[in-house]
Design a protein around this ligand. Structure first.
Ligand SMILES: [Ca+2]
Length: 168
């Protein structure tokens, strides 16, 4: 016991006791976790802004598409399991209308997979639009509805859960 106490109060070559060192290290850990917390909050905010910006662009590309073709791209299937195919379909349709294509070009490249796939590539290599969490976007539209629905699986990367985000 006497020996332990002697160790605690003994100063090292920098002039700190073990207790002082522990306090400083604890403070560093607390500060670091605060910084990580703030950083992850900023990251979550940036991703939310990212998906909202993508929806704004896709919505206006869809408006241009309707002006040009007099209808929205139809995608009747309601099955998130095929979201990749729905996303490819949406991209290809918008890409086929010049004014929609120029809006599509404004979407952050990091959110589009296979953007530079060769023309005539199999559908699996066609461009797909992703959300900032790395999940492909789902697209559906049944004629008669006011506007197409585009769905992001949200931060949990799973469709059909409470954190899903859509363009409506
Ligand atoms: Ca989700």
């Amino acid at each position: 016991m006497k020996r332990a106490k002697a160790m605690k109060t003994r100063r090292n070559k920098y002039g700190f006791t073990l207790m002082e060192m522990l306090i400083v290290m604890t403070l560093i850990v607390i500060l670091a976790s605060m910084i990580i917390g703030v950083a992850s909050h900023i990251d979550a905010r940036a991703k939310k802004d990212g998906i909202e910006n993508t929806f704004v662009l896709l919505d206006s590309a869809l408006q241009e598409y309707r002006q040009f073709r007099d209808k929205f791209p139809e995608q009747l299937e309601q099955n998130y399991a095929n979201a990749a195919a729905h996303s490819e379909y949406l991209y290809n349709e918008l890409n086929s209308v010049p004014d929609s294509r120029s809006i599509l070009e404004k979407i952050n490249n990091s959110l589009i997979e296979n953007k530079y796939a060769a023309a005539g590539a199999p559908i699996a290599a066609s461009p797909e639009i992703y959300d900032p969490w790395g999940t492909v976007l789902d697209y559906r539209y049944t004629p008669g509805e006011n506007f197409p629905l585009i769905v992001s699986a949200g931060p949990d990367k799973k469709f059909g859960t409470a954190d899903d985000i859509d363009n409506r």
